[in-house]
Design a protein around this ligand. Structure first.
Ligand code: 5GP
Ligand code: ZN
Length: 117
């Protein structure tokens, strides 16, 4: 597995830091955001370390597919498919990315405006 010792989400994947895990496959993990912005706010990550969505897509398009599929399965589990949900990959500091292990935010359970701030 590609991991980085001081990466927060690698440490969650390694179960060194606790998280409320809601979905897991061989290559992906999904857990609740510690500071939820909606009734459902789950982060979906590849277990391997890639800093951004751009790096993931460039390196392994199969894994990109798996992360997006896992996000949809989380939405189904959470019962937010019908009401609508948002899947966001903040990519780069200018877009608000703060943790540089790629993660998709699955947000739902309330009305979501577009465009976001
Ligand atoms: P970003 O700003 O990089 O797109 O999103 C990072 C997300 O990670 C934020 O929504 C933040 O609340 C969440 N987060 C930061 N630290 C932790 C943590 O230790 N555990 C969990 N579950 N979420 C975290
Ligand atoms: Zn990492």
């Amino acid at each position: 597995m590609v991991s980085e010792a001081d990466c927060l989400f690698c440490r969650i994947v390694a179960k060194e830091i606790p998280a409320r895990i809601v979905h897991e496959t061989d290559r992906t993990l999904a857990f609740r955001d510690v500071n939820p912005q909606a009734p459902t706010h789950v982060l979906v990550v590849p277990k391997d370390h890639y800093p951004t969505a751009a790096a993931l897509a460039a390196a392994d398009d199969g894994l990109t597919d798996e992360v997006i599929r896992a996000a949809h399965e989380v939405a189904e589990q959470e019962g937010i498919v019908e009401s609508g949900y948002r899947l966001v990959f903040n990519t780069g500091p200018g877009a608000g990315q703060t943790v540089f292990h790629v993660h998709g935010h699955v947000l739902g359970g309330r009305g979501l405006n577009w465009p976001p701030g």
